[in-house]
Design a binder for this molecule. Structure first.
Ligand SMILES: [Zn+2]
Length: 242
């Protein structure tokens, strides 16, 4: 996940003459120098999934497809992720509700509670922490799939089409057992009925898979415990309820 070190806002002027609105001053929010909201005052927070990346010819929500995000929270963080449920409804929805372009390169965003306060200062229409819905188990697993290397899972909404033959090995104690666990995480996300956020045991390490792609790619998976803590980022782990 993308845990930004720097959150800031700026004023800029957009040329909206293509929609007869002339020049318009807008506020933008940047994370680590990347514009994540290109016109915060024009965001329609009631239009779900919320469009964070608006058409720069008119700033009308819904004018262009994509740029949409879901806001969810964990015990400790606010997550900005694709709205997987909305995207999976149809081929049209997949494009219409697609996430912003920056999410493909930077990843889904993760804000600590303090960072979310900073973000809200820059983006005052954004909801308070307590008004953000908790992430469901299926959403956490979809996010896990979204973070898998694209070569391994070309379509993050189709986890059963993962290319298992690309995995060379893991660096856990028992690669075969790691793969059994990983395969369970790539079964139907709606089949699980609960999760608990957790911290990996101090004596554990992060187990990675190594993929046979152009250059060997390391993919961090979960902790090395018998019942692994599934890793979304250094700060966010969860276990599935059995
Ligand atoms: Zn437009």
């Amino acid at each position: 996940m993308w845990t930004p070190a720097r959150i800031e806002s700026r004023s800029t002027t957009l040329d909206l003459s293509a929609s007869d609105q002339g020049l318009r001053k807008v506020r933008q929010v940047l994370c680590d120098g990347v514009v994540v909201c290109n016109a915060v005052d024009a965001i329609d927070w009631a239009d779900l999934p919320v469009q964070w990346e608006l058409c720069e010819a008119c700033l009308c929500p819904g004018c262009v497809p994509g740029g949409r995000v879901a806001l969810r929270r964990t015990d400790s963080h606010v997550l900005i992720l694709p709205d997987f449920t909305a995207m999976s409804q149809s081929d049209w929805a997949l494009i219409e509700h697609a996430p912003p372009g920056w999410m493909a390169s930077q990843g889904a965003l993760s804000f600590s509670q303090a960072d979310w306060k900073t973000f809200r200062t820059a983006c005052d229409g954004a909801p308070y922490l307590d008004d953000i819905a908790p992430a469901s188990t299926a959403e956490l697993l979809r996010l896990y799939h979204f973070q898998a290397p694209r070569a391994f899972l070309p379509d993050c909404l189709s986890p059963t089409l993962a290319r298992w033959e690309l995995i060379l090995c893991t660096n856990g104690h028992d690669s075969a057992a790691d793969l059994v666990h990983l395969k369970r995480l790539f079964s139907d996300p709606s089949a699980f009925d609960g999760h608990d956020f957790c911290l990996p045991a101090l004596e554990s390490h992060t187990v990675s898979a190594f993929l046979d792609v152009l250059s060997i790619e390391e993919w961090p998976l979960f902790s090395s415990e018998p019942e692994p803590a599934i890793r979304l980022s250094d700060e966010i782990h969860f276990r599935l309820r059995t």
